[in-house]
Ligand binder design. Structure first.
Ligand code: PHE
Length: 338
């Protein structure tokens, strides 16, 4: 019996030493101390011994059981401790790591230019108003003194919805709607979407304009020059120059194309200004007397100035964007830069 106990002891010690975790250890526990475990089987075998042998053998088995229980307990607590430490390590959170924040977009360049223009004009006392995108042909052309045979009326240039209704090809109908609803003095800007049958690297069938209109007593071309100079200096560089070139629009007389001195080369000539030192930014003029009269404003008492500028063109110039399509791709890598 003594020998058998020693053998078992060695087996138990070996298996405890080999147990890698608490699961393996509880298997060892079951194998020896469980209901059908080897020590329990030994206990049950006591009955087969003689009365004389029984007490000594019983004591030996009891001692073995107590010893095994103790050894398993010691190993159990060291394994449990180790497993806990490992779990803490695995589940540890490094609070010093940067968070996984959401990607930030940015304001679209067209919205930025529009907001900046509205801010500048509001500061100069202008009201910002909106005007319909689907517009009467009368307001798109006729009330603006555009003759019936003018090429801009062509179906190849303007999107017609019916004989009398079109997608507005410019924001100038906003002038008519304003003058029909307000008495001078009038100072408004009308930002919004416009539509033309045009599509290439610098044109899109949908683009944005901002229209400006001032009607008061004594308004003339010098007021226009002053206003647009302020605008150009705010939007581009404080030392930018502005010049007028004679032009023609049916709704203004005289009409001008407005250039700013190139803010990349300061007028020396570069790729952006195509060597001329000047960049065209908008069309403008003194409101045609016929247009004022058509809106019920006496042209002998009042005069007006108006301009219309493309927001895409301004954004492309301001931010150095070479192709208009980039403005409509809505690629966050582009928009996120602004
Ligand atoms: N409506 C003109 C255009 O779209 C611009 C303009 C507006 C010119 C107001 C003069 C006065 O080209």
């Amino acid at each position: 019996m003594q020998q058998l106990i020693e053998q078992l002891k060695a087996q138990i010690a070996g298996q405890i030493a080999e147990a890698q975790d608490t699961t393996e250890l509880s298997a060892v526990h079951g194998r020896f101390l469980g209901k059908k475990g080897e020590i329990s089987v030994l206990m049950q075998g006591l009955g087969k011994l003689s009365k004389e042998e029984r007490p000594a053998a019983g004591q030996l088995i009891n001692e073995l059981r107590d010893w095994a229980t103790e050894q398993l307990g010691i190993k159990e607590s060291s394994l449990a401790q180790w497993e806990l430490t490992r779990r803490y390590k695995q589940e540890a959170i490094d609070v010093t790591l940067p968070g996984t924040g959401r990607e930030m977009g940015g304001s679209h360049p067209i919205n930025l230019v529009r907001a900046e223009l509205c801010r500048v004009f509001a500061g100069l006392g202008f009201e910002v108003v909106e005007s319909p995108e689907v517009e009467l042909v009368n307001y798109c052309f006729t009330a603006l003194n555009v003759p019936p045979n003018h090429p801009s009326r062509d179906r190849q240039d303007t999107f017609y919805i019916s004989e009398d209704v079109a997608l507005r090809p410019h924001t100038s109908p906003g002038q008519i709607r304003t003058m029909e609803n307000q008495k001078p003095p009038i100072k408004v800007v009308v930002p919004g979407r416009v539509f033309r049958r045009d599509d290439d690297a610098s044109h899109s069938p949908m683009f944005h304009q901002i229209e400006g209109l001032v009607v008061d007593k004594g308004i003339n071309l010098c007021d226009l020059l002053g206003l647009l100079t302020t605008l150009a200096k705010t939007l581009f560089e404080p030392d930018v120059d502005v010049r007028f070139r004679p032009s023609y629009f049916p709704f203004t007389e005289p009409s001008v194309e407005v250039d700013v001195s190139c803010f990349v080369c300061s007028g020396k000539g570069c790729g952006l200004c195509k060597g001329t030192g000047w960049i065209e930014i908008l069309g403008a003029g003194v409101v045609n007397r016929k247009v004022l009269a058509g809106c019920g404003i006496d042209p002998d008492v009042y005069s007006g100035m108006a301009f219309g500028a493309g927001l895409e063109r301004m954004a492309m110039l301001k931010y150095g964007i070479g192709n208009i399509q980039i403005l409509y791709d809505n690629d966050l890598r582009m928009i996120g830069q602004f």
